[in-house]
Design a protein around this ligand. Structure first.
Ligand code: UD2
Ligand code: MN
Length: 654
């Protein structure tokens, strides 16, 4: 039967033929080019990923591997190459006691060299990037209040050791009125002995400012072209500075963040945080890491480089045994119109040995791994901006105190006021993420244990969020009642006017289109009540940040724990988590909240005063036999069962 198999002739369409011809001629051209490459290439201008960064024939110099060290440390010394330190016995006990004061493992930190090495975990493509020689100068502003000695100075050394001196104008150590002995004269002496006083400058505040105003004080003292803010427990990684300066040079109204790697608060080990996360937010105005939005992935993919000769020459120079093809665009043989092929095709072959186009599936990131990623928000501590523009766009709200909220304020503001916020995958800086703070929350007014995050966030909501502030106040109803005590907002509102900023809806639509708005464009929302038991669906005191069973509880009126929406897509959801039941649910199966994924296990149908029915399994939410605090379950749908009836009350507004 094999012999009788039909001979299969591929259908050769005109456009494929055309494609082939173009491809072949392109291949010839580049084989020729490859042959010319023994001659040195002068004035080579940029690598593919640096498109838009470099114009004309400016010459690049490679600094990616720049590193100096003033002391010699054995590779096996504690913490070298970013390793964590494991303590035992007495040391472990002491570190646990000190953890309460420092909020991280100070014993481990003290054992590690202030100039330890850390692994260069950038995407290897980052090392191929070239930057202009004439980059703007940087002022690195490190603010601190009662920071531990070793973590503070390791931050300083990491910046000095991994920044080309010609671009590092200065490091400003801004002491926000620390009262630790060692941060007094001892620190001044250490700085004087180790550093050029024009490069490492200590500036002290007379009164404690709180981190937000402290940053502005630091910025005011700075003279460099670009401000780069860091927390006082960071480690800058290899090549961190150049991509920041280059991107700001070419995009002066962009605020940029390095990728923030993790330094363990327990072991002080350095590890990559990957490069797929960007910043989002909860409606309670807490920061949240989010994965890149689909719209941003699409934008970056379609950011196809126009045909240019230089990237190909540079690439072949670096990879002499590679053969390269440009993207083959189509010129219509009848109309002669030119159309882009979109850059998503690569070549393959059929077993009949014909060439075929194939869409690129292997690595969806391809060379995008080095391209800046737009982010709706930033975490807050590590970012850079042109110095003049930082002030033009409003620095920070001087009415904000101690800690919290300023990161979302600056993010919303920058986007709304015609700037942008981007993460730079090739710039990496580690940060010790601590679960508490080694300082008090006493406000400038002397009030102790202030809810500064709440008050700062309410200020931001009032100035920037228009009607959407309702979603914040829904979480913070006590603040809504005290909203006349937030302090003066006139200046910040005037700033918004002066800069003719877009409104918050524009921000939601254009910058974070995937953000779920619980009371807009949904079928129903509010408190879901079962009339038989009188109980409402409830999060049962658990946070919406974990997979959990939901249950029922006495109806509370306007309670965030009882707020659910039925989205257009049929999800019973909160902000990010959706009610989920397996396709094989049986009588008594639990309903779990899972991160929303849009698939069938999270689809429900509902009509007011009717059943909440899981479409895939055909089961219904049922309050039969449930008491306060019990988990909700699904049972076979029964039209006559009042325990399966629900109504949503649309109670969202405060
Ligand atoms: C995150 C940010 C932090 C800030 C905060 C929200 C990162 C990695 N960190 O919290 O920079 O945006 O969210 O407000 O994104 N400090 C002062 N004066 C004070 C209190 C703190 O100078 O009154 C310093 C402190 O020494 C540190 C910096 O401010 O260098 C940030 O404080 P943090 O590390 O406690 O904040 P973090 O990282 O939890
Ligand atoms: Mn920090």
């Amino acid at each position: 039967s094999h012999a009788r198999r039909k001979i299969f002739l591929p259908r050769i369409t005109l456009s494929r033929l055309l494609g082939l011809v173009i491809l072949l001629s392109a291949a010839c051209a580049f084989i020729l080019l490859a042959g010319l490459l023994d001659a040195p290439i002068r004035g080579s201008s940029g690598h593919s990923a640096a498109v838009g960064e470099r114009r004309g024939g400016s010459r690049g110099k490679r600094y990616a591997d720049y590193q100096v060290r003033s002391d010699k440390v054995e590779a096996s010394a504690p913490g070298e190459n970013g390793a964590g330190v494991m303590l035992r016995g007495e040391e472990l006990n002491r570190s646990e006691i000190l953890f309460k004061k420092e909020a991280f493992n100070i014993i481990a930190s003290d054992m590690i060299s202030l100039q330890r090495s850390i692994p260069d975990i950038r995407d290897p493509k980052c090392k191929e990037l070239q930057y202009d020689v004439d980059l703007p100068s940087a002022s690195v502003v490190i603010i601190f209040h009662n920071e531990a000695w070793s973590s503070l100075l390791r931050t300083v050394w990491s910046v000095l050791n991994r920044s080309p001196p010609e671009y590092l104008r200065e490091i400003i150590l801004l002491d926000d009125k620390s009262d630790r002995e060692e941060l007094g004269e001892k620190l001044e002496k250490y700085l004087a002995e180790n550093f050029d006083p024009n490069v490492v400058r200590l500036v002290r505040c007379k009164e404690r400012q709180g981190l937000i105003s402290a940053r502005v004080r630091g910025a005011e003292a700075a003279v460099g072209d670009v401000l780069i803010f860091l927390d006082s427990h960071c480690e800058a990684n290899v090549g961190w500075l150049e991509p920041i300066l280059s991107h700001i040079k070419h995009n002066p109204k962009t605020m940029v963040c390095p990728m923030i790697d993790h330094i363990s608060d327990q072991s002080i080990g350095y590890s990559s945080s990957g490069d797929s996360s960007t910043g989002g937010f909860w409606w309670s105005l807490h920061f949240k890491w989010i994965s890149q939005q689909a719209s941003e992935i699409k934008r970056r993919k379609s950011n196809v480089e126009p045909y240019r000769l230089e990237p190909l020459l540079q690439r072949i120079k670096d990879n002499p045994k590679h053969m390269l093809c440009p993207n083959v665009d189509a010129i219509n043989d009848k109309s002669m119109s030119y159309s882009l092929n979109g850059g998503s095709a690569s070549g393959a072959f059929t077993w009949s040995l014909h060439f075929t186009w194939e869409s690129v599936k292997d690595d969806p990131r391809r060379k995008l791994s080095t391209d800046p990623i737009r982010s709706p928000t930033m975490a807050g501590g590590l970012f850079a901006a042109g110095r003049k523009w930082f002030f033009e766009v409003g620095a920070y709200d001087p009415g904000m105190d101690v800690w919290g909220g300023e990161n979302l304020e600056i993010s919303f503001r920058v986007w709304m006021c015609h700037g942008a916020l981007e993460f730079i995958p090739c710039s990496r800086v580690g940060h010790i993420f601590r679960s508490s703070h080694p300082y008090t929350f006493t406000g400038r007014d002397g009030v102790k244990n202030k809810d500064t995050h709440g008050i700062n966030s309410a200020r931001l909501a009032e100035v920037w969020m228009d009607d959407y502030k309702r979603l914040f106040y829904f979480h913070r109803q006590e603040l809504y009642k005290q909203r006349d005590q937030l302090g003066d907002l006139t200046e910040r509102k005037a700033l918004r006017e002066k800069l003719k900023c877009n409104n918050f809806k524009w921000y939601l639509d254009n910058v974070i289109p995937e953000k779920f708005i619980p009371d807009e464009d949904v079928q129903v929302y509010g408190q879901a009540k079962n009339p038989q038991s009188g109980l409402c669906l409830d999060m049962l005191g658990k946070d919406e940040k974990n997979i959990l069973n939901i249950g029922v509880y006495g109806c509370q009126g306007k309670s965030t724990a009882q707020m659910f929406s039925l989205s257009k897509a049929g999800e019973i959801r909160r902000e990010e988590y959706c009610a989920d039941v397996s396709a094989h649910a049986t009588d008594g199966s639990h309903v779990k909240m899972y991160p929303c994924h849009g698939k069938e296990t999270q689809k429900w149908t509902f009509v007011q005063d009717g059943q909440i029915k899981h479409t895939e399994s055909g089961m219904c939410m049922d309050a039969v036999g449930l008491k306060n605090g019990d988990d909700i379950k699904v049972y076979k749908c029964d039209d006559s069962a009042v325990s399966q009836k629900w109504n949503f009350d649309h109670s969202m507004y405060v």
